[in-house]
Design a protein around this ligand. Structure first.
Ligand SMILES: Nc1ncnc2c1ncn2[C@@H]1O[C@H](COP(=O)(O)OP(=O)(O)O)[C@@H](O)[C@H]1O
Ligand SMILES: [Mg+2]
Length: 217
């Protein structure tokens, strides 16, 4: 089996300082857990990483058996999360607008907001973006980015959606994640980096690199 290494062109050592990446969007089904898990596997190559689900009803801990080497925890105590002795913590959040998100954003270094590429899907991220903005007003070092996920290979992203995204203050990442079977299966295959889908690997690596770049700025 070909081993694919998540190589970063940037100095990833900067992340070895207990950085926290939070994946958030109040809607379910947009790929928060899928991207959180795949990013954790990607960074795990060079850092010690904890994947944390703040939703105590969530199912991320069930993934532990498929993710050797990764610390997977269900934890909604932010002090315990901050105290986790890991280079990097990736936090997955519940599929509703939790009243604890503002507090969570204030302990984060980066908030990743995944969305599908439909017009109404993109409209729906505005309440999460508003919370990010409020947090950034208090904590200007907080970075954030929107990632388009589950893009249909044939239809792509329409101009209206691109215009709408550009009207937001939060940047849209260049990396777009497409609808791929390898992502659907990734929770039980140990992440797309462990599989053979080169395009999926490039997307996750590209996403990870853009996040590192933004946090390091
Ligand atoms: N890029 C993708 N390609 C294909 N399927 C995806 C992709 N991202 C997520 N999915 C699938 O979409 C569904 C919802 O994803 P999930 O990560 O559970 O979303 P959330 O955590 O936001 O509720 C799952 O069945 C997942 O496998
Ligand atoms: Mg989820």
């Amino acid at each position: 089996m070909q081993v694919y290494v998540c190589r970063f062109s940037l100095d990833i050592l900067y992340l070895r300082m207990g950085k926290i990446i939070t994946v958030a969007h109040q809607k379910g089904g947009v790929g928060k857990s899928t991207l959180a898990m795949n990013l954790a596997v990607c960074f795990q190559d060079q850092l010690s990483v904890a994947l944390v689900d703040t939703d105590l009803q969530g199912s991320i801990v069930d993934l532990q058996e498929h993710l050797p080497g990764l610390t997977v925890m269900q934890e909604d105590n932010f002090e315990s999360i901050k105290a986790a002795k890991q280079d990097l913590v990736i936090i997955d959040t519940p599929p509703y607008l939790s009243n604890r998100l503002p507090e969570l954003f204030l302990i984060s270094d980066y908030v990743l907001i995944p969305t599908k590429a439909g017009f109404f899907d993109v409209m729906a991220i505005r309440s999460t973006l508003a919370l990010v903005k409020q947090a950034q007003a208090k904590y200007p070092r907080l970075k954030a980015g929107i990632v388009l996920n589950m893009i249909k290979p044939r239809s792509g992203v329409t101009q209206e959606v691109l215009n709408l995204l550009q009207s937001f203050d939060t940047p849209v990442l260049q990396t777009m994640v497409h609808d791929r079977v390898s992502f659907t299966r990734s929770p039980i295959t140990g992440g797309v980096l462990a599989g053979a889908d080169i395009k999926a690997k490039e997307e996750i690596t590209g996403l990870a690199e853009e996040i590192v770049e933004s946090i390091s700025e």
